[in-house]
Design a protein around this ligand. Structure first.
Ligand SMILES: [Zn+2]
Length: 226
């Protein structure tokens, strides 16, 4: 009886705390209780390595400005894996909040957002495109339209284990623009979760440019050190 009483008291105390803080959320990564309305705790946040550099990806005399909010390691790597393979949209919201900061801190201007597409087969398997989720979250925040204008026409080999040159060859020619009217004369922000060699983003960017986009900026949640 005594044990039951203590248990009930603990439960009641939790309810009171829940009412006081109006939030009984747990950190999406370490499951520690948090009371500040965010989905990630301070310790996990401190584990994210912010990337402040703007860099360029280029090939054949064509180059794009590229921004990544963080490095692909530690807590950010876990967030991306959770968004990509475990349907964790809360993780997606955290990644997008870092991307919002990158847009504001770098004064990135854009008319529309788009994202790196998946093949129909991969989309069916996963049920959603993580890049599209990030683009839509950012679009909602900045009140800019998200356009679905790129399509992935061939299934590429997994990029893991390929050399830099092999990655570029693997991805080259696999993306096409199918409704160019959405991007004609527009400044486009191309969104993806992770940037590795930049081959995927570059191929998408050059297709957008070929089809009438005025300017392309690339933004990813993380950048992996290859
Ligand atoms: Zn945590």
């Amino acid at each position: 009886m005594g044990y039951g009483f203590v248990e009930n008291l603990a439960f009641l105390w939790d309810c009171v705390l829940g009412l006081i803080y109006c939030n009984d959320e747990k950190c999406v990564l370490c499951k520690k209780d948090i009371y500040d309305g965010e989905n990630i705790c301070r310790t996990c946040k401190d584990n994210i390595k912010i990337c402040r550099d703007r860099f360029q990806i280029e090939s054949n005399n064509c180059q794009f400005n590229c921004y990544s909010s963080s490095y692909y390691s530690g807590a950010m790597m876990e967030l991306i894996i959770k968004l990509k393979y475990k349907n964790s949209f809360k993780s997606g919201d955290i990644i997008a909040s870092y991307m919002k900061d990158t847009i504001c801190n770098n004064n990135i201007h854009f008319d529309v957002l788009t994202y790196v597409p998946m093949t129909r087969k991969s989309f069916k398997k996963r049920g959603y495109n993580q890049g599209e989720y990030l683009a839509r979250t950012l679009g909602k925040h900045f009140r800019k339209p998200v356009v679905h204008c790129l399509t992935k026409t061939k299934d590429t080999m997994d990029q893991i284990g390929l050399s830099r040159e092999e990655r570029w060859n693997n991805i080259y020619g696999s993306f096409k623009v199918y409704n160019s009217c959405c991007i004609k004369g527009k400044s486009v922000l191309l969104v993806d979760d992770v940037l590795t060699t930049g081959a995927t983003a570059f191929c998408c960017g050059s297709e957008l440019l070929k089809n009438g986009a005025k300017k392309i900026n690339i933004l990813t949640g993380a950048k992996s050190r290859v």
